[in-house]
Design a protein. Structure first.
Length: 260
């Protein structure tokens, strides 16, 4: 197969553009830049992780402390060895936008009565072929942003930043939460709840909390998708998918005939 492990991000990358997967994960091409949205999301995630770690320690952080964590994480990304992508329509006040989003989050997020079980919990679980039942060499790896307990039931929460509220189709078809249901069950967490906490970059930032339903059929579909991707990788099927997304590809400079 493709390697000793795979992640949801890798599977999504292959489905988006097999050539991009080859350049990033097989050939190890160094990225030409870091997308601003990726660096921004990482900085917001750092602040939210800090918030929930503090609740777990029974010492909630103030809004100002969350902003400090965000600013430090953004500064580290902006001054890193790989430059940030310069976008034509980039908002020059990225920090102000992040502060506004954190203000909306801090005003809405309850500090009391939240039973935080784990923050940024890494996992590695077995994968199997849903047709044959055979356990394969690759393992599914990833991390739960947050695990809380509600009425004795574990709830896995994923933080997202987005330009706008997710559509019904995005909520229905995104298989990251399906992967989390699968991993949580193998980790012994039982039938977990699944939730997205989406911070929007709208003019008036908001926090949208979406509880997601997934079932055994969704898990089967996820596993079939993963197996199909891994077989295609083994077969060396690394064709390019050309389109608007090439402009934001970190490895487009190494794609023969491609690029912005």
């Amino acid at each position: 197969m493709a390697g000793l492990h795979c992640s949801v991000s890798q599977v999504k990358c292959y489905l988006r553009c097999p050539r991009q997967y080859d350049l990033k994960y097989v050939r190890g091409v160094k990225p030409a830049f870091v997308p601003v949205a990726l660096a921004f999301g990482t900085a917001i995630h750092a602040a939210l992780a800090s918030h929930y770690h503090a609740i777990q320690a029974a010492s909630p952080r103030s809004f100002e402390e969350l902003v400090t964590v965000f600013r430090d994480a953004w500064s580290n990304a902006a001054s890193g060895p790989v430059p940030l992508q310069v976008e034509d329509d980039a908002d020059c006040d990225v920090v102000d936008r992040g502060v506004a989003m954190l203000r909306a989050f801090h005003a809405q997020a309850p500090a009391a009565h939240v039973e935080v079980e784990d923050v940024e919990r890494a996992f590695s679980v077995e994968l199997h072929d849903p047709v044959s039942g055979e356990v394969i060499e690759e393992r599914l790896v990833g991390a739960f942003d947050l695990v809380v307990r509600e009425a004795g039931r574990a709830v896995v929460i994923e933080h997202k930043t987005a330009a706008r509220k997710w559509t019904a189709d995005q909520l229905r078809y995104d298989f990251q939460v399906t992967a989390y249901r699968f991993a949580a069950r193998l980790l012994g967490l039982g039938d977990v709840g699944l939730r997205l906490q989406i911070l929007t970059k709208t003019k008036l930032p908001a926090v949208h909390v979406e509880d997601i339903e997934r079932d055994d059929h969704a898990e089967d579909d996820f596993l079939r998708t993963v197996m199909g991707v891994l077989r295609a990788i083994d077969a060396g099927a690394f064709y390019p998918v050309r389109g608007w997304q090439c402009k934001g590809c970190q490895v487009a400079h190494a794609c023969v005939g491609g690029g912005p």
